[in-house]
Structures are given as structure tokens and as C-alpha cells.
Design a protein around this ligand. Structure first.
Ligand SMILES: Nc1nc(=O)c2c([nH]1)NC[C@@H]1CN(c3ccc(C(=O)N[C@@H](CCC(=O)O)C(=O)O)cc3)CN21
Ligand SMILES: O=c1ccn([C@H]2C[C@H](O)[C@@H](COP(=O)(O)O)O2)c(=O)[nH]1
Length: 264
């Protein structure tokens, strides 16, 4: 995960001081890109321990089309609590846009089912796109999508995925986002009979919150170890059939976690 550590160092050293919506203050760079060849192992940070269940559970929750935090909380996943209303609702966030983007005639589009079908039926298409940035609904969301748009690409029997992330909390959010999209790429590869290729992570505003500086510096003193291996239950052939227990991370050896406050 040298790619990630290089980004962390880049933001620390070159980031411009910027105020932000949460009132915390950031150091920020604009326009960066990381690449992860999924044949090199599963890109899960080893220089601080990540909570695997939160990452897998959040992705399954998105794929369920769920936008209420109760399903997460019932599984001990608390990463979205701060943004939910008194009923646990977040508004029409990722899950809603991915699985039921509303159309003007009152219908809805399942972008995930469509993109899987298009990868299978027309692999060379340049339109394998899923967007969470629904301009008409952004103002109704508890938080406008940070991972806004992703595209799949098929070549040489391999499936790659590129994400455009408009806003990135480099210390807390990005390690989750990398692992989550690597996993999504592996899931879609399994469903389409392809091998996982690369995950390409493109950033708009990549920032380090001012109360994450010491934690970032500590992390940069640590040596990255070998990447773990993610094994997915091979019997799952439908996007709606995956459960948290279908994902096993092997050989994940990581340095201790590093606590940091989340900016709300
Ligand atoms: N400021 C901010 N940063 C984010 O990364 C972020 C948001 N807000 N809002 C929406 C979601 C929620 N995300 C989160 C929220 C909390 C953690 C967090 O606290 N991570 C801890 C462990 C928590 C756990 O897994 O139980 C960590 O040490 O990684 C990570 C991502 C990502 N997103
Ligand atoms: O998956 C996610 C979700 C959120 N973030 C971060 C990026 C920003 O620090 C905040 C969102 O604030 P905005 O003012 O809406 O940009 O959440 C992330 O890194 N990854």
C-alpha cells in the first residue's frame, strides 16, 4: 500500500490550508490518482488495522439498496450513525441511486443490475458507468455522495474499475473506500466470469483534517507489510445473494489501529 502512504505524505507536505464545511480545517490537494493491481493482493491497509466487517457490511448495505442505518447497527457497524436522522434515515444516498435511480415517469433504474448485464453482453462498451450523483436529489441526502461515479472496463479477460471521488478524508475514509471498491470489482468480476484487473482511484479534493496530522505522521513511521488475500464464496452467482459471511480475508497482518475523530 505504498500508493496510499505516498498520497498521505503528499497531502501532509504539499496540502494547502483550507477551511471546510465541518469547521475542522484541512490540508488539501486537488486531482490525484492511485492504482491497485488486484493480482498483487487485496488492498487493505497494513500500517493500521481496519475493521473488516464495517467495510464488507457497508458495501453489502449499499448493494441492498438500503439507506437506513438500522441494518448496519444490527451488525455492529456504526460508521454512518452521525449522519442519520431520528429514524435512522439518510435520504436518497448511494443504495437508492445504485439500485433505484428514479426516472421522470415515476419508474426507477437498477444501475447495478444494468451494468452487470452490459459487462456480460457487451464487454467492450465504454458506457459501463454507475453514478450516485443525482443532481435533482443531492439536496435531500444527509451527505452528498463522495464516491460519485465509477466505470468498469474489460480487457484481456480482466475487469477493472475506476472511481471518481470528489472529496476524500485521506486518513479515515480513503482506506475504507479503497478496500470497498476493490471488493466491488472482485464481486462484479465473479458475477461476470472475469478475473479482477485493476482498481483505479481518482480523487478531487483529497484532504487531511487538522486533527489527523499526528495520526498520519505516526502511520508514516510504519513499514507496510504484505497484502492479505480476499476469498469470496464461489457459489454466489447473483448480486443480491451476498452476505457478510461470504467474504474471508486471509493473512491480514496489520499494525494496531490508530484512533482519529471523524469530522461531521
Ligand atoms: N469526515 C468524514 N469522513 C469519512 O470518511 C466519511 C464521512 N465523513 N461521512 C460518511 C462516511 C462514513 N465513513 C466513515 C465513518 C467513520 C469511520 C471510522 O471511524 N473509522 C474507524 C473505525 C470505525 C469502525 O470500523 O468501527 C477507523 O479507525 O478506521 C470511517 C469511515 C466514511 N465517510
Ligand atoms: O466514502 C466516503 C464518504 C465521505 N468521505 C469524506 C470526505 C469529506 O471529508 C466528508 C464529506 O464532506 P463534504 O463536505 O461533503 O465533502 O466525508 C470520504 O472520504 N469517503
Amino acid at each position: 500500500m505504498l500508493q496510499y502512504l505516498d498520497l498521505l505524505r503528499d497531502v501532509l507536505e504539499n496540502g494547502a490550508e483550507k477551511s471546510d464545511r465541518t469547521g475542522t480545517g484541512t490540508r488539501s490537494v486537488f486531482g490525484r490518482q492511485l492504482r491497485f493491481d488486484l493480482a498483487d493482493g487485496f488492498p487493505m491497509l497494513t500500517t493500521k488495522k481496519l475493521h473488516q466487517k464495517s467495510i464488507v457490511g457497508e458495501l453489502i448495505w449499499f448493494l441492498r439498496g438500503d439507506t437506513n442505518v438500522h441494518w448496519l447497527q444490527e451488525r455492529g457497524i456504526n460508521i454512518w450513525n452521525e449522519w442519520a436522522d431520528e429514524n435512522g434515515d439518510l435520504g436518497p444516498v448511494y443504495g437508492h441511486q445504485w439500485r433505484s435511480w428514479p426516472t421522470p415517469d415515476g419508474g426507477s433504474i437498477d444501475q447495478i443490475a444494468k451494468v452487470i448485464a452490459s459487462i456480460k453482453n457487451n464487454p467492450d462498451s465504454r458506457r459501463h458507468i454507475v453514478s450516485a450523483w443525482n443532481v435533482a436529489e443531492v439536496d435531500d441526502m444527509a451527505l452528498p455522495p463522495c464516491h460519485t461515479m465509477f466505470q468498469f472496463y474489460v480487457a484481456d479477460g480482466k475487469l477493472s474499475c475506476q472511481l471518481y471521488q470528489r472529496s476524500a478524508d485521506v486518513f479515515l475514509g480513503v482506506p475504507f473506500n479503497i478496500a470497498s471498491y476493490a471488493l466491488l470489482t472482485m464481486i462484479v468480476a465473479q458475477l461476470t466470469g472475469l478475473e479482477p484487473g485493476e482498481f483505479v482511484h481518482t480523487f478531487g479534493d483529497a484532504h487531511l483534517y487538522s486533527n489527523h496530522i499526528e495520526q498520519a505522521q505516526l502511520q508514516l513511521t510504519r513499514e507496510p507489510g504484505p497484502l492479505p488475500t480476499m476469498v469470496i464464496n464461489p457459489d454466489r452467482t447473483e448480486i443480491d445473494s451476498f452476505e457478510i459471511e461470504d467474504f474471508t480475508l486471509l493473512d491480514y497482518v496489520a499494525a494496531p489501529s490508530i484512533k482519529a475523530p471523524i469530522a461531521v
